[in-house]
Ligand binder design. Structure first.
Ligand code: 6GU
Length: 224
């Protein structure tokens, strides 16, 4: 069982994705648990404020420390070993190895944490002191998003699909064979054989497993 707690100002943005397809199945099978915590609940004063202007001036608002620390501490109270992930465009660029590390499926992995807290920044950024409670800073690539919600879903999806039993047996075995090591992925086809004149490569219909494997190796691309 792996658990993700997402601390966010927009839990309603995450809920639908976590309630369908493989994420839902992972939940149903008891392999993954998702919890959404509304950062607003930890806001200050009658307006439940979570942000303020930057010292030194500048545009925009920054997430302030108090609500973020209070939210993380409330989750950690029941789960002291949970690790905190901060999606930020200045983090390490997320990749398959990192997904495996979190899933605990790396060969050389230390005992994986079973509970991850994803802290979604919003507005123009966050008070730097928030980093003192963060274990991993991760970026989804070299572009800027408005908040950490989409990155949180990407992290969760890429980790949960690696948990044994989440994908169907046949599918997972196949994915295993090309998500390891060199991350090879080859072109695939299903029926019909001829779609608007575009035909399936004949080798795939040959029944010759050696030739098929060779063709796939020759036509593989790298994920990364
Ligand atoms: Cl993790 N956050 C934001 N706000 N923008 C991003 C990102 C993360 N990764 C790429 N762009």
């Amino acid at each position: 069982m792996i658990k993700f707690t997402v601390i966010t100002l927009f839990p309603e943005a995450l809920e639908p994705y976590l309630s369908c397809s493989m994420m839902w199945k992972a939940r149903e099978k008891g392999l993954a648990e998702f919890e959404l915590v509304n950062l607003r609940d930890f806001g200050l004063g009658p307006h439940k404020s979570v942000d303020d202007t930057p010292y030194g001036g500048g545009d925009g608002m920054l997430l302030r420390c108090e609500p973020v620390f209070a939210a993380v501490e409330s989750v950690k109270a029941g789960s002291p070993d949970a690790k905190v992930i901060l999606p930020t465009p200045v983090g390490e660029i997320w990749n398959q190895e990192m997904a495996k590390e979190l899933a605990g499926t790396l060969q050389i992995s230390v005992t994986p944490a079973r509970h991850y807290i994803i802290l979604c920044p919003h507005y123009e950024g966050y008070d730097e002191r928030i980093l003192s409670i963060v274990d991993y800073k991760v970026s989804m690539g070299k572009y800027v998003l408005t908040g950490g919600e989409l990155p949180a879903l990407i992290i969760i999806d890429s980790v949960v699909r690696l948990i044994p039993g989440v994908l169907g047996g046949e599918q997972s075995a196949e994915i295993e064979s090309f998500s390891d090591g060199d991350n090879l992925e080859y072109p695939q086809y299903t029926k019909p054989y001829d779609f608007r004149g575009m035909k399936v490569p004949d080798v795939l219909l040959s029944g010759n497993h050696g030739e098929i494997a060779k063709w796939r190796a020759e036509h593989s691309g790298r994920i990364s």
